[in-house]
Design a protein around this ligand. Structure first.
Ligand SMILES: Cc1cc2nc3c(=O)[nH]c(=O)nc-3n(C[C@H](O)[C@H](O)[C@H](O)COP(=O)(O)OP(=O)(O)OC[C@H]3O[C@@H](n4cnc5c(N)ncnc54)[C@H](O)[C@@H]3O)c2cc1C
Length: 396
């Protein structure tokens, strides 16, 4: 009899997992998402950067699955005529004080097997990005851009072509493990599966609680806001310009990114949100759960300086402009127009530590993706293989 696997979440991770399970195991997969379209949350609201693997500690899941994911994604985009453009990335040190961190980043990139990484001086970096300034930079020429929502839509098509189904407008309301499988209540219907894989992003904690698997980390949402460059200012950026990241923090700092549609975005910042889908600043729908988790306040205590800076940046266009002008000084206030944003699902431990690596838990018949922040979109096809290997073997 065919194995039946349910997947919660039609973001890029859930869809890639469903496709992999259908392809590699011949499973009959059903993807459930509460929204009316695929890629409605993180997958459809991000920087669109195919990260090359510069940042992640060698040996971590992020380091390995990012490199594997880039190769798989590049090939997938080529086969399905999806956008993929190696515009290249510069990580720019704007002061000498940042040199040691920049050098360490170049070493880490090499240790991770990132191809073509070069260390550039102030003149060299201007050959790559003529309007950028800095004292030195690391150049990653194969860092690319794509449209992750388009990739997700193609993955959904693959799932249906493989005999599976993607059921939208199906919010999962209850999960019950039985002796023979997992029962899920969605859109008023009871669905029976042999296994369930939860890739619910910002909704992870709620589904984990339904399955009786709260665990010892919680999702804390971080809003990322963007400005778009207007008119001719877009020509000031050829590819991707990033600051040297703060190693104490998993976010990469406000960057300038060219997008596949020709837009150049400045952002995202990283502001603690008080609603899981807190796209608006006044959204506080889940304040009780988020602030009630002891890790949130411990994290806030540990990172209060950065937190205050981010909140200030969120409220003030001037602060955002200053961050961008540090790398492209020709920009003026008139060149920036506020645009949309996204909300990151970041797992935080009880002790306030932000979980850096990808994390997946297996509990009986339920597999839970606990932490799939950036570069999970880049890594999605490799994460899918990794998870397929964790889904317990099928025995009826
Ligand atoms: C601002 C920002 C910038 C980023 N930039 C990059 C980048 O440049 N490169 C990169 O690789 N990564 C980037 N990321 C990270 C990347 O977008 C995510 O890691 C990735 O999209 C995670 O995919 P996912 O499928 O796990 O989550 P999601 O895309 O959020 O999908 C989860 C899905 O689960 C559904 N769901 C939740 N609860 C339920 C429920 N109860 N019932 C049914 N469905 C449910 C939701 O509706 C949603 O569709 C960025 C993220 C953000 C927010």
């Amino acid at each position: 009899m065919t194995e039946k696997i349910g997947v919660v979440g039609a973001g890029i991770v859930g869809l890639a997992v469903a496709r992999e399970l259908a392809m590699a195991r011949g499973a009959e997969v059903t993807v459930l998402d509460k929204e009316q379209q695929v890629a409605a949350h993180q997958t459809g609201h991000n920087s669109g950067v195919v990260h090359a693997g510069l940042y992640y500690p060698p040996g971590s899941l992020k380091a390995r699955l990012c490199r594997e994911g880039v190769a798989l994604l590049k090939d997938y985009c080529a086969r399905h005529a999806l956008p993929y453009d190696e515009v290249g990335k510069l990580v720019v040190a704007s002061t000498r004080a940042e040199w040691p961190l920049l050098r360490a980043l170049a070493e880490r990139a090499r240790a991770n097997g990132v191809p073509g990484v070069a260390e550039l001086d102030a003149l060299g970096l201007r050959e790559v990005e003529p309007h950028a300034v800095g004292v030195a930079a690391v150049h990653s020429p194969h860092t690319a851009i794509t449209d992750f929502a388009a990739v997700a839509r193609r993955l959904a098509l693959d799932v249906t072509e493989l005999g599976g189904s993607v059921r939208l407008a199906h919010p999962v309301r209850a999960v019950r493990e039985t002796a023979s499988g997992v029962e899920v209540l969605a859109a008023g219907r009871r669905l029976a599966f042999d296994r369930l894989v939860v890739c619910a992003g910002l909704g992870t904690d709620a589904v984990a609680a339904m399955a009786g698997r709260r665990g010892d980390v919680r999702i804390v949402p971080f809003r990322g806001e963007y400005y778009a460059l207007t008119g001719a200012a877009r020509e000031l950026v050829r590819g991707l310009i990033y600051p040297v990241p703060d190693p104490r923090y998993p976010f990469l700092g406000v960057h300038l990114t060219r997008h596949i549609d020709g837009e150049v975005l400045v952002g995202p910042n990283a502001v603690l949100a008080l609603a899981y889908e807190g796209y608006g600043r006044r959204d506080v729908a889940n304040a009780r759960q988020i602030l009630g988790w002891p890790g949130t306040l411990r994290m806030a205590r540990r990172h209060w300086r950065t937190g205050l800076r981010e909140v200030h940046g969120s409220l003030s266009k001037g602060a955002f402009l200053r961050a961008a002008r540090r790398y492209v000084p020709e920009l003026t206030a008139a060149d920036l127009r506020r645009t949309g944003g996204g909300v990151r699902a970041q797992a935080v431990g009880r002790d306030g530590r932000l979980l850096d690596d990808f994390a997946v838990d297996v509990h009986g018949r339920v597999v839970l993706v606990r932490n799939a922040p950036s570069p999970a979109a880049t890594s999605s096809l490799a994460i899918a293989r990794h998870i397929a290997g964790l889904v317990p073997a099928f025995v009826r």
